[in-house]
Write a protein that binds this ligand. Structure first.
Ligand code: BES
Ligand code: MN
Length: 409
C-alpha cells in the first residue's frame, strides 16, 4: 500500500491494531470510498484434518488452501491488488480511497468499536465497501444486501467447589451438567420458537425494495452436498432461506463439563460451561437480547447452582444496504460486467460485527462485496479460495472504484 502511494498507519488500541490507509485525489471535490476488511482468522483446530499446513498457502485444483484464503485475507489481498493496479494505470483517480483492515473481526471487533469513535473524522466517506462476503454460487451469483447481527456470551453453572465422587455424592447434590442442559433446552420450544420473553420485540420486516430483489428459493441438493445435514433446525414456520436471512436464532456453540476423554471418570463436575450466540435481525439490539437471555437463564437455574457469566461478550448489529444507492448499483453493475452473466441479490446469515457502526460513523452508503462460496470451508479445516475468484474479485473491486469515481449513472 505504501508503494501504491497510500499513507498507512497502525491504530493501536487494547487489542490487535487496525491498519488504516489513505490515498487522496488531487481534485478537492473528489468523493471518498472506504474499503473494509479483516486480517484476523478463526482458530485452525482441529489441525490434523488439514491436508496442508494452514499457514502455508498451497494451490490444489486451482484453489488456494490456507486459513484466511477466503475469510478474509484473500479478499483483502485482491482489494489491495485492484487499487494498486488502478493507481499504476491511471494518471489521476478522482476518488479518495481509504482502507480500514482490522484484526478482531472474528472476536467481535472490541478494539475497533472504540477506535471508530476516536478516529471518526478519518473514517468519513461517501461509500463503504465491505469486502468480506460471498456471492451464493458461480452459476447464480448474487450481491449481498444484508447481514445478521450477533450477540455471544459464555455461561457457567457451578454446583460445588470441586468435582465430586459420583458414588459418594450422586443423588445428593445437583449435577451442573444436568441443570445446564435443562435450562438451555428450555430456551427453545419444539417448533423452534425462542422461548425468552421479549426476544422478538422490535423485529421489523425487510423493506419492500430489499425483499422484492431477493430469491428465497432453497437449493436442497447444494445444501446437502455442502453440509451433509438436513435443513430441519430453527423456526419451523419459516422456509430455510427465510430462516437464514430474516429470522433470529439462539444456538449453543459449545458445551462442556465433567469428563469426556478416553475411559471413564465417575464424577459430578463442579462446573458446566456453555457458549451461546444469537443471530439477530433488524432492529434487534444485541446487548439487549443478550441481557434478556441471561436474565432468563438466571431465573430458570435451580437452587443450588451459581450462575456465572464471564465477561467476554461479543456484539454486532444487523446491517442492511440500500439497494437503490449508487454504491449498491455500481457494485451490482461491476459484478454483471466482470462475471458476464445476470447477477441477483442475496442476504447472509453471518455477521460482520463492526459494519453498522463503521457505516454510521463514515456517513456513507454501504455496499457488500465478496466472492465467497458456502463450499470454501470458512472457519473449518482446509479453507480455500479459487484463483478464478481472486481474478474476478480483483476486476470487480477495480470496476467498482472506476464507477464510483464517476458521477452516478
Ligand atoms: N466473513 C464472515 C461473514 C460471512 C459469513 C460472510 C458467511 C458471508 C458468509 C465473517 O468473517 C465472520 O465469520 N463473522 C463472524 C463474526 C462473529 C465471530 C462475531 C460470524 O458471523 O460468525
Ligand atoms: Mn469469518
Amino acid at each position: 500500500m505504501d508503494r501504491a502511494g497510500f499513507a498507512t498507519e497502525l491504530w493501536e488500541g487494547n487489542g490487535h491494531p487496525v491498519l488504516f490507509a489513505e490515498r487522496r485525489a488531487s481534485t478537492p471535490q473528489a468523493r471518498t470510498v472506504l474499503i473494509y476488511g479483516h486480517y484476523d482468522v478463526q482458530p485452525v483446530d482441529p489441525l490434523e484434518l488439514w491436508e496442508s499446513p494452514p499457514f502455508e498457502p498451497t494451490v490444489r485444483n486451482g484453489e488456494v488452501f490456507a486459513r484466511g484464503a477466503q475469510d478474509n485475507k484473500g479478499q483483502c489481498f485482491y482489494s489491495v491488488a485492484a487499487v494498486s493496479a488502478i493507481v499504476a494505470m491511471s494518471q489521476e483517480i478522482p476518488l479518495n480511497i481509504k482502507f480500514v483492515v482490522e484484526g478482531e473481526e472474528e472476536c467481535g471487533s472490541a478494539n475497533l468499536h472504540k477506535l471508530v469513535q476516536t478516529y471518526a473524522d478519518r473514517l468519513r466517506a461517501d461509500y463503504v465497501l465491505a469486502v468480506d462476503l460471498g456471492y451464493h454460487s458461480k452459476l447464480k451469483p448474487g450481491v449481498t444486501l444484508g447481514t445478521r447481527g450477533i450477540g455471544t456470551f459464555t455461561v457457567k453453572f457451578r454446583g460445588a467447589t470441586s468435582d465430586l465422587h459420583s458414588g459418594t455424592h450422586g443423588g445428593v447434590v445437583i449435577n451442573p451438567n444436568h441443570a445446564l442442559v435443562k435450562v438451555l433446552s428450555s430456551l427453545r420450544d419444539d417448533d423452534g420458537t425462542i422461548n425468552v420473553p421479549g426476544f422478538y420485540d422490535g423485529i421489523s420486516p425487510l423493506p419492500d425494495d430489499v425483499h422484492e430483489r431477493l430469491n428465497f428459493e432453497f437449493d436442497a441438493a447444494a445444501f446437502a452436498s455442502e453440509t451433509g445435514a438436513k435443513p430441519l433446525g430453527g423456526e419451523r414456520r419459516f422456509s430455510p432461506v427465510e430462516r437464514a436471512w430474516t429470522r433470529p436464532t439462539l444456538e449453543i456453540n459449545g458445551i462442556g463439563g465433567g469428563y469426556t476423554g478416553e475411559g471413564f471418570k465417575t464424577v459430578i463436575p463442579a462446573v458446566a460451561t456453555a457458549k451461546l450466540s444469537c443471530r439477530l435481525v433488524a432492529d434487534q439490539d444485541p446487548i439487549r437480547v443478550v441481557r434478556l437471555v441471561k436474565e432468563e437463564i438466571v431465573r430458570r437455574a435451580p437452587e443450588g447452582i451459581d450462575v456465572i457469566f464471564p465477561e467476554s461478550d461479543q456484539a454486532g448489529h444487523p446491517v442492511q444496504c440500500n439497494p437503490r444507492s449508487w454504491a449498491v448499483r455500481a457494485t451490482h453493475r461491476a459484478y454483471e460486467e466482470v462475471l458476464g452473466r445476470e447477477v441477483g441479490y442475496i442476504m447472509v446469515g453471518g455477521s460482520i460485527p463492526i459494519l453498522a457502526e463503521l457505516t454510521q460513523v463514515s456517513g456513507g452508503e454501504l455496499a457488500m462485496v465478496g466472492l465467497g462460496l458456502g463450499s470454501d470451508n470458512m472457519h473449518a479445516p482446509n479453507e480455500h479460495f479459487g484463483l478464478d475468484r481472486f481474478r474476478q474479485g480483483f476486476l470487480i473491486v477495480g470496476r467498482i472504484i472506476e464507477l464510483l469515481a464517476k458521477s452516478q449513472a
